[in-house]
Design a protein around this ligand. Sequence first.
Ligand code: BG6
Length: 505
Amino acid sequence: MTEIASPQANPLLAGLKMRRPPDPCALTIFGASGDLTQRKIMPALYSLAMRGLLPPRFGIVGVSRTEMGVDEFRERMRRTVLDHARDEFRTDVWERLSEAICYVTADFGVEGGEEPLVECLNGLDERRGTAGNRVYYLAVPPSAFDDIVVALGRSRTTEGWTRLIVEKPFGRDLTSAQELNELIRGHFDEDEIFRIDHYLGKETVQNMLVLRFANGIFEPIWNRQFIDHVQITVAESLGIEGRASFYEAAGAVRDVVQNHLLQLVALTAMEPPIDFAAESVRNEKVKALRALHTPGPKHVVRGQYGPGYIEGEEVPGYREEEGVAPDSQTETYVAAKLFVDNWRWADTPFYIRTGKRLPKRETTIAIQFKRAPHPPFEVDEEGGLRPNVLLIHIQPDEGVSLAVGAKVPGQGITIRTVHMDFLYGGSFRMGLPEAYERLILDCLLGDATLFTRADEVEEQWALVDAMVAPWRRDRPHFPNYAAGTWGPPAADELVHRDGRSWRRH
Ligand code: BG6
């Protein structure tokens, strides 16, 4: 094992070891000419190559229906790395990676459409020693899954291992997700299936597990007796970025609540796993998801943005975005009050919210503790004695901060809230890896801990189906919040009714 950082540079990094290198293998990307490959997958592969984390015997095959030669594909990928990678561009790293790249034009909708791919992969086994080990990455719209999965199933051999990465959206409701699970499991075992929720690849999301389960001080107070409520916010200032055809059919509830937000709820609410093995962690998450109580219509608020201003710039309303119906009923904002029906959390609300075109990009988990039972001081009107809040900054400004009351220096007792902060950037002084780097590497290593299991995805859909069922009966008054504001007034009422308020930003 090699040490990956010099202790002189930063003592917090002393003694860190690299995990074992992945087996030789070939990674096939379906949807190679698409947005995800360009913005996330290829830049992540480059960053892994830069750190020497890819297997020495490795091949990448881009597959799509677009006619293109390998040189053109490599050139496109080079440009994409230049534009989107988090690391500086190094010619030596790129050249080594580029040699591993092939491109295949294929249409899996036609009989025998997979043959050019099979040929290419066999060639890689011979030339680059990829040993029959295969990772297939489905970065295509769900409508293309069926043909590809069936063809891959047909062309499976007994040589080497096979893994399948499936991008979201995984279905559009419980029934379609179950059908998709059934289709995939007809050809792949559950331990060969890696369903991506890229939030799980974020360092700060994984740190949630470390914070809770590697520190003895939190577990005794992580429950209904000490915690008043939890607020989880996934706010974005961006709009739909030209993805109208996808977003019109998805909306905020399917795009973000069903996956990222509910995963954050599960990680906050779950019981301690007995170890960090994939099945142990996922067993506990699924139990938490199963315990979620379906929120009634009064506990769910939806919104859609109208025109407004983001950082001083005028932006159009959702209905004016290109490709969006002028009377669109699609929600771009959702807030809800959830309950986890178990001994740890009974009667403790989990308020969740997500939206596009909110004033800023911010994902946080705020654990608000109960107030001190009896303040033995006189509390001034202005500062007051606020409850303690443990704030987990998922992004940006990644870190954790604890709000505590402190005495203002001087005469008498005046209390103000101050923050004890841990910032990743300040402590570790290194850039955080992109979620896709971690997830692709874990899949190459065969570690499914940070991927969602079939039963988790189905539980998430069951809740979302129940949340949206009443929506079929009424037409909301959209737009109901201006771009650049914190969502519709009804979202504030949702928490004000309980005598609480959303965290101030
Ligand atoms: C994606 C959604 O899954 O997550 C997007 O489809 C959203 O609509 C994105 O913008 C947010 O991811 P991140 O990593 O930027 O918070």
